[in-house]
Design a protein around this ligand. Structure first.
Ligand code: ATP
Ligand code: MG
Length: 256
């Protein structure tokens, strides 16, 4: 079943074409990666899909429905969640509060209101608390639930971001460089973790990642960007042996 499809989405910033004619297709249950050198347009593609930017050209369909002009919070409600390249947590709030807020964002679109009401949720909304605790259990953060989120090591903060995304009950999850800044052990754990949440939550995952170990290990298909253009698309084996990809990307990537 087709979950997400883009038709020639293009994003221009003044004279710069950050993404040109990107045609993406995600089928239910797939893990698909988007790779490419720095500045290739990967995050811009995510920003179009999640409604942060309106494409200069092209269409985006979620389960057959045109979402091209929808606002980000409406897209979240429909079932597309994301994490950010630069971790975006409420630094001064505890781990559990970060998840509680995300839970409520699913219900309300007003962030400020969600923030103000956190103490109230804790007392009144037992089911929300229970769900948030379950999520923390799944992502392995239950033992640090009362820690300030900014005090967590990097790998844990990334997991917390994923927990927050999961709290909105997505069907499609977009991960923007989930392994960035992680050590080899954390990276390996994350790879297993991504597979596990795909299975446990019935997700379709679209992931930007530089760590080739992660990308080649779990992706069914890979799209490759270079200067906004899709220079290749295929399974890990095809991509690893694609001359154009090797030249544009793999050959120059320190992380590869
Ligand atoms: N809001 C914006 N206004 C102008 N230019 C932008 C904007 N956002 C991105 N760009 C430009 O678009 C290009 C693609 O940026 P983007 O962040 O999508 O790349 P990326 O592939 O995610 O790179 P990285 O691997 O470094 O995260 C870059 O040249 C960037 O400077
Ligand atoms: Mg990026």
């Amino acid at each position: 079943m087709e979950m997400l499809r883009t038709e020639n989405i293009t994003m221009q910033f003044g004279g710069l074409t950050a993404v040109k004619d990107f045609n993406l297709k995600l089928n239910k249950g797939e893990i698909v990666a988007l790779i490419g050198p720095n500045g290739a347009g990967k995050t811009t593609a995510f920003n179009m899909i999640t409604g942060v930017y309106k494409p200069t050209k092209g269409k985006i369909y979620y389960k057959g429905r045109d979402i091209t002009q929808m606002a980000p919070h409406s897209i979240t409600k429909l079932g597309i969640a994301r994490t950010f390249q630069n971790i975006r947590l409420f630094k001064n709030l505890s781990v559990i509060d970060n998840v509680l807020i995300a839970n409520h964002l699913h219900v309300k679109s007003n962030l400020f209101e969600a923030l103000l009401r956190v103490p109230k949720y804790k007392n009144e909304d037992r089911s929300m608390m229970k769900k948030s605790m379950e999520l923390l259990e799944i992502v392995g953060l239950i033992d640090v639930k009362d820690e300030k989120s900014s005090s967590l090591p990097y790998g844990m903060q990334r997991r917390l971001e994923i927990a927050r995304a999961l709290a909105t009950k997505p069907e499609v999850l977009l991960l923007d460089e989930p392994a960035a800044g992680m050590n080899p052990k954390e990276t390996e754990d994350l790879t297993k973790f991504i597979k596990k949440i795909r299975d446990d939550f019935d997700l379709t995952i679209f992931m930007i990642e530089h760590h080739m170990q992660v990308v080649m290990g779990i992706s069914e298909r890979i799209y490759v960007f270079d200067y906004g253009i899709t220079i290749a698309h295929g399974n890990p084996n095809e991509i690893q042996n694609n001359q154009r990809v090797i030249e544009a990307y793999l050959g120059v990537d320190d992380n590869a």
